[in-house]
Design a binder for this molecule. Structure first.
Ligand code: TXA
Ligand code: MG
Length: 318
């Protein structure tokens, strides 16, 4: 059921059931983070490998001490600056967090989401919510309640409807080596904005499938349709004349009548707008029965880096 009833959501969560929550980044598939029965349901429904740990969502930075310990000063600084918001911190975990949530790691990923409805729900609960993105493992993350319903139909009792996600791409993930911040995943908080607060980041991008193997890209955030990413969209169109082609471009419409559909992410060239539309555009293109999606490489700055990361991952074969 798609609803805004947070009291019903609370009842479900208390009974170890799952609820879909809206956040400013993407929709999450949430369960009580302290309850192993609920957490196991998350992995089962998503068909997610158990070695890929979950993010724990708390209502305020004041709850951090319930989840994590030995928190470095830089982490406090980032939390103060960017929470609630699209930043996840990976910290040494407290023993009350089940190993299932963290895939037996000594660390836990945690953030305060910036969405009114979900913050209201968290304020009704005396436990945090473990929540990955609410999509089957490997597919495009959902940015509206309808996307989630399309994936899971009636397998979920409650999908909380918080409208279209404001940011539309997952949170940026930062871990620590001592007090030094390390970038694990590009996301909807630009690296440059973080660096203004804490200085240069070390970059060790984690693979989603085996998060201990940095630097490898897994197929993820991927449409079912084949997708290629290129600097020269026109040349790719010319090379694929016999195919049913859709394009995903930043700002300038392509002059070509043979293309089945064009998704333009921001006619004004605004990275925020482009990021917020990216997944919805992928969802739309994926429904058109195309042979090929041709996506344009973004400028390598700000959220352009995050968009390029997601496009690149979408092209990887399983
Ligand atoms: O914006 C978001 O982050 C959304 C919303 C729902 O909050 N959530 C999300 O979750 O994107 P998910 O499960 O799709 O991605 C979580 C990422 C995974 O890549 C996982 O490897 C990483 O977080 N992660 C979780 N715990 C970790 C840990 N202890 N160390 C390193 N990476 C971790
Ligand atoms: Mg995900």
């Amino acid at each position: 059921m798609i609803t805004k009833d947070i009291n019903k959501a609370k009842e479900e969560l208390i009974r170890s059931k799952l609820v879909v929550i809206p956040t400013e980044t993407v929709y999450g598939l949430a369960g009580n983070a302290f309850d192993e029965i609920a957490v196991k349901k998350i992995f089962d429904l998503k068909q997610r490998p158990y070695h890929n740990p979950l993010i724990v969502h708390i209502k305020s930075a004041k709850d951090l001490n319930r989840i994590a310990r030995d928190i470095p000063p830089t982490a406090h600084k980032l939390a103060e600056m960017f929470w609630p918001g699209p930043l996840t911190l990976v910290l040494d975990k407290n023993s009350n967090i089940p190993d299932l949530v963290t895939s037996c790691k000594d660390t836990v990923a945690v953030r305060v989401p910036n969405h009114k409805l979900t913050l209201e729900l968290l304020n009704l609960l005396d436990f945090p919510l473990a929540a990955p993105s609410a999509n089957p493992f490997g597919s495009i993350s959902p940015t509206c309640a309808e996307h989630v319903h399309g994936y899971f139909n009636d397998q979920l009792e409650i999908i909380l409807d918080g409208g279209d996600c404001d940011k539309g791409i997952e949170s940026t993930i930062i871990g620590f080596e001592g007090d030094l911040p390390v970038l694990y995943r590009h996301g909807s908080l630009a690296v440059e904005d973080i660096e203004k607060v804490v200085g240069p980041l070390i970059t060790i991008i984690h693979d989603d499938v085996s998060p201990n193997a940095p630097g490898m890209l897994s197929r993820h955030y991927a449409p079912k349709t084949e997708i290629i990413v290129t600097n020269d969209v026109q040349a790719s169109i010319d090379n694929n004349r016999e195919k049913r082609v859709g394009v995903l471009i930043f700002k300038d419409r392509v002059q070509n009548s043979e293309i089945i559909h064009q998704e333009i992410l921001s006619e004004n060239g605004d990275f925020n707008e482009a990021a917020s539309k990216l997944y919805n555009s992928m969802h739309l293109l994926d429904k058109l029965n195309l042979d090929l999606i041709i996506a344009e490489v973004f400028p390598d700055e700000g959220l352009g880096k995050t968009i390029n990361d997601r496009l690149e991952r979408a092209t990887k074969k399983e």
